[in-house]
Ligand binder design. Structure first.
Ligand code: CTP
Length: 402
């Protein structure tokens, strides 16, 4: 999943030959999961048809202040500008850039530009001498000073037959540029987060195991929220039906507590934050039978031994990492959670109380209290697991900024 998934992208097309490439660009934005609307200058319609763009974007394409194809409809540039999370002007011709730089708004694209409050990107496309002209450079500088972001043109063969700088960046490169820029501005950009999720299965014999009902939902929501805030996520998960396709989440599937321990230790020294939300088995069978255990008439006694405590072991070796644990308590909740935080050398502990309706395993909601190493206790309402993940990450961001 791209970081642009769910974002509203407004694509502004001005009249350059590179406009024919915007059909691919719309397609790429849609594939990335974005909602796309297009505003096109009247002369750009000679290079790419609104029908192509509306078919690909699944939205009407706007070009003039008044749409008289049906009834006379006013195309509201303010609404379009406010709708957009990102406004991308590609291709941006010398004429459009100069008008943008000077506040001219004699077409719908330019009026929308003046109304937009979101980040604006522009991908220049023009012949090499126009690209180098002092007035063009002046436009670039003015636009950059307004906070607009240039997606530089590349060098190569131009429509004029000349070779030089001025080719619009390729659609795939425009997409990658924007994704990278968006990620770079997020609060967890550049941070690496290790997350454990789900249950562990402890083998008894080749066909049986001891497990628990953890669904992995909480851990996967934390992974998603971390990635949406720009973090690179190492998600170590026990057996679960949860899925994630986020481009910033790398999944490491494990089965047993020992597997999870090994995988967590492999990555821990490279991460800034570790959030251990897995429901790790505390005990495992002392012997794993090589063959299926046959039933007998008498009772079966299993001898169990303790698994390694992953959280405590990371607490022992941690240097600057923020370490976060979970606690599921049924009595003396706060006291027990505080004791666990201290004993395992944590920075934060998330307490779930099983007494609360809607909290715990297999539900979509959770009710938590977050306690930090300064003894700050924050009690949250019953919320969706996605919202709990976001509350937790806000606490972590505060710690990282401290
Ligand atoms: N945990 C772990 N490795 C284990 C057991 C637990 O990493 N072998 C982590 C869990 O992921 C969770 C926290 O430790 O973050 C839970 O702490 P724990 O002391 O195991 O709590 P309980 O399982 O509730 O244990 P207790 O019976 O001691 O209350």
């Amino acid at each position: 999943m791209s970081i642009l998934s769910g974002k509203n992208i407004l694509l502004g097309i001005s009249a350059g030959i590179a406009a024919y490439k915007t059909a691919s660009l719309v397609r790429l934005f849609i594939k990335a999961g974005a909602n796309v609307k297009v505003v096109i200058t009247p002369s750009a319609k000679d290079f790419v048809t609104p029908l192509t763009l509306s078919t690909l974007s699944k939205n009407p394409v706007h070009s003039t202040f008044v749409d008289n194809s049906d009834e006379d409809l006013w195309n509201n540039h303010v609404e379009l500008g406010l709708w957009a999370d990102l406004f991308i002007i590609a291709p941006a011709t010398a004429n459009t850039l100069s008008k943008m730089a000077n506040g001219v708004c004699d077409n719908l694209l330019l009026a929308t530009y003046l109304s937009a409050k979101c980040p604006v990107y522009f991908a220049p496309a023009m012949d090499l001498d126009m690209y180098k002209h002092p007035t063009t450079l002046k436009s670039f500088n003015s636009l950059k000073s307004y906070g607009n972001i240039i997606i530089p043109a590349t060098s190569g063969e131009l429509a004029s037959g000349l070779v030089g700088e001025g080719r619009m960046a390729e659609p795939q490169d425009i997409l990658s540029f924007i994704e990278k820029d968006v990620i770079g501005k997020l609060p967890l950009s550049g941070k690496k987060i290790l997350i454990t999720a789900g249950p562990t299965y402890e083998a008894l014999d080749p066909v049986r195991f001891i497990g628990n009902h953890s669904s992995g939902k909480m851990g996967f929501e934390i992974a998603k929220a971390s990635a949406n805030l720009g973090a690179e996520v190492i998600l170590i998960t026990g057996p679960t039906h949860q899925k994630s396709k986020h481009s910033l989440i790398k999944i490491f599937p494990v089965i047993s507590a020992q597997d999870m321990y090994d995988e967590a230790h492999k990555h821990f020294k490279f991460v800034d934050v570790a959030i251990l939300s897995a429901a790790v088995a505390d005990y495992k069978p002392k012997q794993v039978a090589n063959q299926k255990i046959k039933k007998k008439d008498s009772t079966l006694v299993l001898e169990l031994e303790k698994t390694k405590d992953i959280l405590a072991s990371l607490g022992n070796i941690k240097s600057n990492q923020i370490l976060v644990g979970f606690a599921l308590e049924t009595e003396n909740e706060l006291e027990n959670a505080k004791a666990k935080l201290k004993k395992k050398n944590l920075n934060l502990i998330v307490l779930n109380s099983l007494k609360d309706k809607g909290a715990g395993f297999k539900t979509d909601t959770n009710k938590v209290t977050i306690i930090d190493d300064q003894n700050m206790v924050t009690e949250y309402q019953l919320k969706s697991k996605a919202e709990v993940a976001s509350d937790l990450l806000n606490e972590i961001i505060k710690k990282l900024d401290a």
